[in-house]
Write a protein that binds this ligand. Structure first.
Ligand code: NDP
Ligand code: 8X3
Length: 252
């Protein structure tokens, strides 16, 4: 039987591109996200190619995550690949001007949501001695930038959690990968700037950013290495993006 991928945040961006990429290679899909209409459209699009199980799910709701995993139909229950992709950044203000609610939503989604999905699915992988967790981190977890305060910190958590999972899973055949994208044109900036499309468009103006399909390529590549190969981390940037020098204040 074909392999099963469980993809969170499949209603947009990287998650939707991953769903299409894995479907094109015959994987059965479990696709999640909060927007029911998007999920249904994706399910309708891909169901002609592969079996698709769509679950409207807010990853911040631990009980809902557990219930969704417990209720997987038998032919979707043995998940081979979990793509922990659902996530968001909110705002680009310095820390002292950020609403606490934004910080809480990023922690609840990017950290706690990823933990709930992992906690629900990983034990089955260990019992089957087969599986792969691909987390979507970010370059923001590796390099600080102004306004990245809590968003970058959540992605640093994802990086370290991924590496620590590898440590715990030694001796099993369960693999863990952290994919760390740089600037990619998805709905990410629209969400970050709370629907301000002019502000979001400026992020990508005059650049050639990564596309969602570039990251789907990376996820698919990591997931399809020979079984004895684990890609620990994979950092991917567009050519137009690099690093800033140290910033120096001369204010005295
Ligand atoms: P998008 O905004 O296009 O997609 C985000 C996805 O996450 C949507 O499908 C959204 O679905 C889902 N999502 C958000 N919150 C929740 C929630 N509480 N429960 C379930 N699903 C949720 O952005 P990207 O595709 O760019 O982002 C995907 C991941 O990649 C994120 O983790 C992001 O941090 C990371 N990333 C993005 C980069 C970029 O530059 N674009 C670079 C590096 C990392 P819905 O709203 O329907 O729930
Ligand atoms: C998103 C990449 O550089 O906008 O994780 O923080 S960045």
């Amino acid at each position: 039987m074909s392999q099963i991928a469980f993809i969170t945040g499949a209603t947009s961006g990287f998650g939707a591109a991953c769903a299409r990429r894995f479907a094109a290679h015959g994987w059965r899909l479990i696709v999640c996200g909060r927007r029911q209409d998007r999920l249904e459209a994706l399910r309708a699009e891909l169901a002609a190619t592969v079996p698709v199980h769509a679950v409207a799910l807010d990853v911040r709701d631990e009980a809902a995550v557990n219930a969704a995993v417990a209720a997987l139909p038998a032919d979707f229950a043995e998940v081979d690949l979990l793509v922990n992709n659902a996530g968001l950044a909110l705002g680009l203000e310095p820390a002292h001007r950020c609403p606490m609610d934004d910080w809480q939503r990023m922690v609840d989604t990017n950290i706690k949501g990823l933990l709930y999905c992992t906690h629900a699915i990983l034990p089955g992988m260990v019992v089957r001695d087969r599986g792969h967790i691909v987390n979507i981190g970010s370059v923001a977890g590796n390099y600080p930038y102004p306004g990245g305060n809590v968003y970058g910190a959540t992605k640093a958590f994802v990086r370290q959690f991924s590496l620590n999972l590898r440590a715990d899973l030694l001796g099993t055949r369960v693999r863990v990968t952290n994919i760390e994208p740089g600037m990619a044109e998805t709905e990410f900036s629209l969400v970050r700037f709370k629907g301000e499309s002019d502000q979001s468009a400026k992020v990508y103006a005059g650049t050639q950013p990564l596309q969602a399909e570039d990251i789907a390529d990376a996820v698919y590549w990591a997931a399809t290495r020979p079984a004895h190969v684990n890609i620990n981390t994979l950092e991917v940037m567009p050519v137009c993006q690099a690093f800033a020098p140290f910033a120096i204040s001369r204010a005295g």
